[in-house]
Design a protein around this ligand. Structure first.
Ligand code: TMO
Length: 321
């Protein structure tokens, strides 16, 4: 019965194929053109973009990887210079993501189950030296304990690489904080600063995010800043504690994580597009990806292979199996 139905369908497809001279059921890969997957400069993104690349390669697609700036990538995806991004974070990328989607036709390829946060963070022992945490006003009262030669008498906020959102110096200004935001050049420097401070139990406040490997390695807490309300904090100066400036708030405490794609993906590689839409990570799956590299010391490749081995059922689900 099923066989007969399939034959009928195939015959129909053949007939239509002749008529319009394109096959209705194209074989995978529908195109040999490379699917260009974006890579950024933090661990989970590197591992999980490689995971998705390997899954697509396993289906027969040609995959290439292209490094990109986390703000500029969305316009590049809209333009078709790159095709798929697996980790777009609300806290640091909302503005660039939504602008490329609304003005340039970049496709929102769906939301992960993961709930994210990107924010100033202190190791647990700092609470004893600075009462009232995690409130930002309490942190500000203790600013001087975070001072270094470069920032004295103000405290130093160890900020992220510049392309992970650029508003931390502006936030310090808008909230009239006694801090100076000093950006690192790469994520590894954040962890080196943290490890050095933890070893001596010295105060440190740095940029961190979740899901990440840090939860498994160090106890600590995010600083609670005023919560943003939609776009008002970013766009409406009159909103918030500073009536004259935007950015007088923190990042969302329960942020989204989305995927982004070029609008041509659906037509060029239809079966790959189905997989891209199905890809969905939760917090544990992302934390595990970064832990394999940042704690266990694996390469990106090794971590991707291990992650694929550990998540066979999930990957079969993405493929509709
Ligand atoms: C962009 N990031 C997840 C590192 O905050």
């Amino acid at each position: 019965m099923l066989k007969k139905l399939m034959m009928t369908t195939a015959a129909a497809a053949f007939a239509v194929g002749l008529a319009v001279s394109t096959p209705v059921y194209a074989a995978v890969p529908e195109s040999e053109d490379p699917i260009i997957i974006v890579q950024n400069n933090w661990t989970s993104q590197l591992v999980l973009s490689t995971v998705v690349g390997k899954v697509l390669q396993g289906m027969g697609y040609t995959v290439e990887y292209a490094p990109s700036d986390s703000q500029l990538q969305f316009k590049a995806i809209a333009d078709g210079d790159m095709h798929f991004q697996i980790e777009a974070w609300e806290g640091s990328m909302k503005g660039a993501f939504e602008k490329a989607r609304d003005e340039d036709g970049m496709v929102d390829a769906g939301k992960h189950d993961a709930v994210t946060r990107e924010e100033w963070w202190v190791p647990q022992y700092v609470v004893d030296k600075c009462p009232g945490l995690p409130d930002w006003k309490a942190l500000n009262k203790c600013a001087s304990i975070f001072a270094v030669a470069e920032t004295k008498p103000k405290g130093r906020f160890v900020g992220p690489p510049a392309d992970w959102g650029k508003n931390y110096a502006e936030r310090v200004k808008a909230l009239k904080m006694d801090f100076v935001a000093i950006n690192v050049g790469q994520a590894a420097t954040l962890w080196a600063e943290l490890d050095a401070a933890v070893a001596k139990k010295e105060p440190v406040v740095l940029f961190n995010w979740t899901p990440n490997f840090i939860e498994a390695k160090h106890k600590g807490m995010f600083i609670d800043f005023p919560e943003p309300e939609g776009d008002k904090c970013a766009k409406d100066a009159s909103w918030g504690v500073n009536p004259d400036m935007v950015n007088d708030c923190g990042a969302p405490r329960s942020g989204w994580l989305k995927k982004a794609a070029w609008k041509g993906v659906a037509e060029t590689w239809p079966a790959a597009w189905k997989v891209m839409q199905a890809v969905n990570f939760n917090n544990d799956q992302i934390a595990a990806a970064s832990l394999l590299v940042d704690v266990d010391g694996m390469s990106t490749e090794e971590a991707a292979d291990k992650w694929i081995k550990d998540n066979g059922d999930l990957i079969a689900k993405w493929k509709g199996m």
